[in-house]
Design a protein around this ligand. Structure first.
Ligand code: ADP
Ligand code: MG
Length: 232
Protein backbone atom coordinates (compact mmCIF):
# COMPACT_ATOMS: atom_id res chain seq x y z
CA UNK A 1 0.00 0.00 0.00
CA UNK A 2 1.27 3.48 -0.85
CA UNK A 3 1.76 5.42 2.38
CA UNK A 4 3.32 8.62 1.08
CA UNK A 5 2.88 10.02 -2.39
CA UNK A 6 4.61 13.12 -3.74
CA UNK A 7 3.18 14.26 -7.04
CA UNK A 8 4.76 16.83 -9.32
CA UNK A 9 6.13 18.90 -6.44
CA UNK A 10 8.20 22.03 -7.09
CA UNK A 11 9.83 24.42 -4.63
CA UNK A 12 11.90 27.56 -5.19
CA UNK A 13 13.60 30.02 -2.88
CA UNK A 14 13.40 33.29 -4.83
CA UNK A 15 15.09 32.57 -8.18
CA UNK A 16 16.64 29.37 -6.90
CA UNK A 17 14.49 26.43 -8.05
CA UNK A 18 15.52 23.62 -5.70
CA UNK A 19 12.89 20.95 -6.49
CA UNK A 20 11.30 20.56 -9.88
CA UNK A 21 8.40 18.21 -10.69
CA UNK A 22 9.36 15.66 -8.05
CA UNK A 23 7.43 12.39 -8.03
CA UNK A 24 7.94 9.84 -5.32
CA UNK A 25 5.94 6.99 -3.81
CA UNK A 26 6.79 5.26 -0.55
CA UNK A 27 5.12 1.96 0.29
CA UNK A 28 4.10 1.00 3.81
CA UNK A 29 6.96 -0.76 5.67
CA UNK A 30 9.72 0.30 3.29
CA UNK A 31 13.13 1.60 4.34
CA UNK A 32 14.12 4.11 1.67
CA UNK A 33 17.33 6.14 1.54
CA UNK A 34 17.67 9.37 -0.39
CA UNK A 35 21.16 10.09 -1.67
CA UNK A 36 22.30 13.24 -3.39
CA UNK A 37 25.12 15.75 -3.42
CA UNK A 38 25.24 18.45 -0.79
CA UNK A 39 22.81 21.25 -1.69
CA UNK A 40 20.75 19.01 -3.98
CA UNK A 41 17.57 19.55 -1.93
CA UNK A 42 17.37 16.51 0.36
CA UNK A 43 16.54 18.51 3.48
CA UNK A 44 14.13 20.68 1.47
CA UNK A 45 12.20 17.53 0.48
CA UNK A 46 11.96 16.57 4.16
CA UNK A 47 10.85 20.09 5.11
CA UNK A 48 8.10 19.82 2.48
CA UNK A 49 6.93 16.42 3.79
CA UNK A 50 7.18 17.68 7.38
CA UNK A 51 5.07 20.73 6.49
CA UNK A 52 7.73 23.30 7.45
CA UNK A 53 7.68 24.41 3.81
CA UNK A 54 4.78 24.48 1.35
CA UNK A 55 5.31 23.53 -2.31
CA UNK A 56 4.44 26.07 -5.01
CA UNK A 57 3.19 23.25 -7.17
CA UNK A 58 2.07 19.69 -6.65
CA UNK A 59 0.61 17.65 -3.81
CA UNK A 60 1.89 15.53 -0.96
CA UNK A 61 -0.47 12.78 0.21
CA UNK A 62 -0.10 10.74 3.37
CA UNK A 63 -2.55 7.83 3.60
CA UNK A 64 -4.57 9.50 0.81
CA UNK A 65 -4.88 12.80 2.71
CA UNK A 66 -3.27 15.99 1.38
CA UNK A 67 -0.70 17.25 3.88
CA UNK A 68 0.81 20.23 1.99
CA UNK A 69 2.09 22.70 4.60
CA UNK A 70 0.71 20.63 7.45
CA UNK A 71 3.07 20.02 10.37
CA UNK A 72 3.09 16.98 12.60
CA UNK A 73 1.73 14.38 10.17
CA UNK A 74 5.09 12.60 10.11
CA UNK A 75 7.78 11.99 12.71
CA UNK A 76 10.70 14.17 11.64
CA UNK A 77 14.27 14.34 12.91
CA UNK A 78 15.76 17.39 11.16
CA UNK A 79 19.43 17.62 10.15
CA UNK A 80 20.12 19.96 13.07
CA UNK A 81 17.67 18.79 15.69
CA UNK A 82 16.94 20.96 18.69
CA UNK A 83 16.18 19.83 22.20
CA UNK A 84 14.29 22.05 24.63
CA UNK A 85 16.97 23.33 27.06
CA UNK A 86 14.62 23.56 30.04
CA UNK A 87 13.49 19.94 29.73
CA UNK A 88 15.44 16.87 30.87
CA UNK A 89 16.49 14.16 28.41
CA UNK A 90 13.50 12.00 29.39
CA UNK A 91 11.12 14.99 29.05
CA UNK A 92 12.60 15.79 25.63
CA UNK A 93 12.26 12.19 24.45
CA UNK A 94 8.54 11.99 25.31
CA UNK A 95 7.76 15.34 23.68
CA UNK A 96 6.62 13.92 20.32
CA UNK A 97 4.34 11.47 22.13
CA UNK A 98 2.97 14.09 24.53
CA UNK A 99 1.84 16.24 21.62
CA UNK A 100 -0.28 13.29 20.49
CA UNK A 101 -1.45 12.09 23.87
CA UNK A 102 0.32 8.73 23.74
CA UNK A 103 3.05 9.03 26.36
CA UNK A 104 4.75 5.77 27.33
CA UNK A 105 7.36 6.61 29.97
CA UNK A 106 8.56 3.01 30.45
CA UNK A 107 9.29 2.62 26.75
CA UNK A 108 11.10 5.98 26.68
CA UNK A 109 13.24 4.96 29.67
CA UNK A 110 14.08 1.64 28.03
CA UNK A 111 15.12 3.33 24.78
CA UNK A 112 17.28 5.89 26.58
CA UNK A 113 19.08 3.06 28.38
CA UNK A 114 19.50 1.09 25.14
CA UNK A 115 21.04 4.14 23.49
CA UNK A 116 23.68 4.17 26.22
CA UNK A 117 22.30 7.33 27.84
CA UNK A 118 20.94 5.84 31.05
CA UNK A 119 23.04 7.97 33.36
CA UNK A 120 21.84 11.14 31.60
CA UNK A 121 18.12 10.43 31.77
CA UNK A 122 17.47 13.34 34.17
CA UNK A 123 20.24 15.60 32.81
CA UNK A 124 19.62 18.71 30.70
CA UNK A 125 20.71 19.02 27.04
CA UNK A 126 23.66 21.34 27.80
CA UNK A 127 25.26 18.53 29.85
CA UNK A 128 25.47 16.25 26.77
CA UNK A 129 27.91 16.09 23.83
CA UNK A 130 26.70 16.76 20.26
CA UNK A 131 26.59 13.04 19.46
CA UNK A 132 24.56 12.31 22.59
CA UNK A 133 22.04 15.04 21.74
CA UNK A 134 21.75 13.54 18.26
CA UNK A 135 20.91 10.17 19.83
CA UNK A 136 18.25 11.80 22.03
CA UNK A 137 16.60 13.39 18.97
CA UNK A 138 16.80 10.03 17.21
CA UNK A 139 14.99 8.21 20.04
CA UNK A 140 12.36 10.97 20.16
CA UNK A 141 11.70 10.49 16.43
CA UNK A 142 11.47 6.70 16.81
CA UNK A 143 8.98 6.98 19.68
CA UNK A 144 6.71 9.49 18.00
CA UNK A 145 3.62 7.57 16.85
CA UNK A 146 3.14 8.79 13.26
CA UNK A 147 3.18 6.15 10.49
CA UNK A 148 6.39 7.37 8.83
CA UNK A 149 9.73 8.52 10.25
CA UNK A 150 11.99 10.97 8.41
CA UNK A 151 15.63 10.92 9.49
CA UNK A 152 17.90 13.57 7.98
CA UNK A 153 21.53 12.41 8.33
CA UNK A 154 20.81 11.22 11.88
CA UNK A 155 24.22 9.67 12.48
CA UNK A 156 26.50 12.29 10.93
CA UNK A 157 27.84 13.58 14.27
CA UNK A 158 28.70 10.10 15.59
CA UNK A 159 32.00 8.25 15.62
CA UNK A 160 32.21 5.03 13.56
CA UNK A 161 31.51 2.61 16.38
CA UNK A 162 28.52 4.50 17.76
CA UNK A 163 27.22 4.96 14.22
CA UNK A 164 27.36 1.22 13.54
CA UNK A 165 25.54 0.48 16.79
CA UNK A 166 22.82 3.02 16.01
CA UNK A 167 22.43 1.69 12.47
CA UNK A 168 21.91 -1.85 13.74
CA UNK A 169 19.53 -0.60 16.37
CA UNK A 170 17.48 1.28 13.78
CA UNK A 171 17.27 -1.84 11.59
CA UNK A 172 16.19 -3.85 14.60
CA UNK A 173 13.40 -1.40 15.43
CA UNK A 174 12.35 -1.15 11.81
CA UNK A 175 12.21 -4.94 11.56
CA UNK A 176 10.29 -5.53 14.79
CA UNK A 177 7.86 -2.60 14.60
CA UNK A 178 7.33 -2.51 10.83
CA UNK A 179 7.79 1.25 10.72
CA UNK A 180 8.24 3.06 7.42
CA UNK A 181 11.51 4.99 7.28
CA UNK A 182 12.76 7.69 4.90
CA UNK A 183 16.45 8.26 5.48
CA UNK A 184 18.72 10.96 4.08
CA UNK A 185 22.44 10.36 3.85
CA UNK A 186 25.31 11.24 1.55
CA UNK A 187 27.07 8.01 2.57
CA UNK A 188 26.52 5.28 -0.05
CA UNK A 189 27.72 2.49 2.25
CA UNK A 190 25.24 3.55 4.91
CA UNK A 191 22.41 3.59 2.36
CA UNK A 192 23.34 0.11 1.10
CA UNK A 193 23.59 -1.24 4.63
CA UNK A 194 20.20 0.08 5.75
CA UNK A 195 17.74 0.33 2.90
CA UNK A 196 15.38 -1.65 0.70
CA UNK A 197 15.46 1.09 -1.89
CA UNK A 198 17.82 3.92 -2.73
CA UNK A 199 16.71 7.06 -4.54
CA UNK A 200 19.42 9.17 -6.10
CA UNK A 201 18.71 12.83 -6.75
CA UNK A 202 19.97 14.91 -9.65
CA UNK A 203 21.82 18.17 -9.12
CA UNK A 204 19.43 21.08 -8.61
CA UNK A 205 16.61 21.27 -9.40
CA UNK A 206 16.20 17.93 -7.70
CA UNK A 207 14.30 15.06 -9.22
CA UNK A 208 14.80 11.33 -8.78
CA UNK A 209 17.26 10.12 -11.43
CA UNK A 210 17.66 6.61 -10.12
CA UNK A 211 15.42 4.31 -8.05
CA UNK A 212 17.29 1.15 -7.03
CA UNK A 213 16.16 -1.95 -5.18
CA UNK A 214 18.95 -3.06 -2.84
CA UNK A 215 19.74 -6.65 -3.81
CA UNK A 216 21.37 -7.97 -0.62
CA UNK A 217 20.26 -9.20 2.75
CA UNK A 218 20.97 -7.10 5.79
CA UNK A 219 21.67 -8.17 9.34
CA UNK A 220 18.27 -8.68 10.92
CA UNK A 221 16.82 -9.27 14.34
CA UNK A 222 20.01 -8.59 16.20
CA UNK A 223 19.19 -7.63 19.74
CA UNK A 224 21.50 -4.80 20.56
CA UNK A 225 22.02 -3.10 23.87
CA UNK A 226 24.62 -0.37 23.93
CA UNK A 227 27.03 -0.03 26.77
CA UNK A 228 27.95 3.46 27.90
CA UNK A 229 31.67 2.78 27.80
CA UNK A 230 31.62 1.91 24.09
CA UNK A 231 30.11 5.22 23.08
CA UNK A 232 31.61 8.64 22.58
P1 ADP B 1 20.79 19.19 1.01
O1 ADP B 1 20.02 18.82 2.23
O2 ADP B 1 20.64 18.21 -0.12
O3 ADP B 1 22.23 19.45 1.30
P2 ADP B 1 19.11 21.59 1.08
O4 ADP B 1 17.74 21.08 0.85
O5 ADP B 1 19.50 21.96 2.46
O6 ADP B 1 20.19 20.56 0.43
O7 ADP B 1 19.35 22.89 0.19
C1 ADP B 1 19.10 22.89 -1.22
C2 ADP B 1 19.21 24.30 -1.72
O8 ADP B 1 18.14 25.08 -1.21
C3 ADP B 1 20.49 25.04 -1.35
O9 ADP B 1 20.86 25.84 -2.46
C4 ADP B 1 20.05 25.89 -0.18
O10 ADP B 1 20.83 27.05 -0.13
C5 ADP B 1 18.61 26.22 -0.54
N1 ADP B 1 17.77 26.46 0.64
C6 ADP B 1 17.39 25.51 1.52
N2 ADP B 1 16.59 26.02 2.48
C7 ADP B 1 16.47 27.34 2.20
C8 ADP B 1 15.75 28.43 2.80
N3 ADP B 1 14.99 28.25 3.90
N4 ADP B 1 15.85 29.66 2.22
C9 ADP B 1 16.59 29.84 1.11
N5 ADP B 1 17.28 28.86 0.48
C10 ADP B 1 17.22 27.63 1.00
MG1 MG C 1 20.61 18.51 4.16
Amino acid sequence: MTLLSIENVSKSFGQNEVIHGLNLQIQEGEFVSILGPSGSGKSTIFNLIGGLLTPEEGTIHLQNKIINGQRGSVSYMPQTPSLLPWRTILQNVVLGQELRGTTNIEKAQEMIHKAGLGEYIHSYPHELSGGMKQRVAFIRALLSPQPIILLDEPFSALDELTRLSMQKWLLNIWESNKRTVLFVTHNIEEALFLSDRILILSQRPASVISDLKVPFDRPRNEELVLEDQFLE
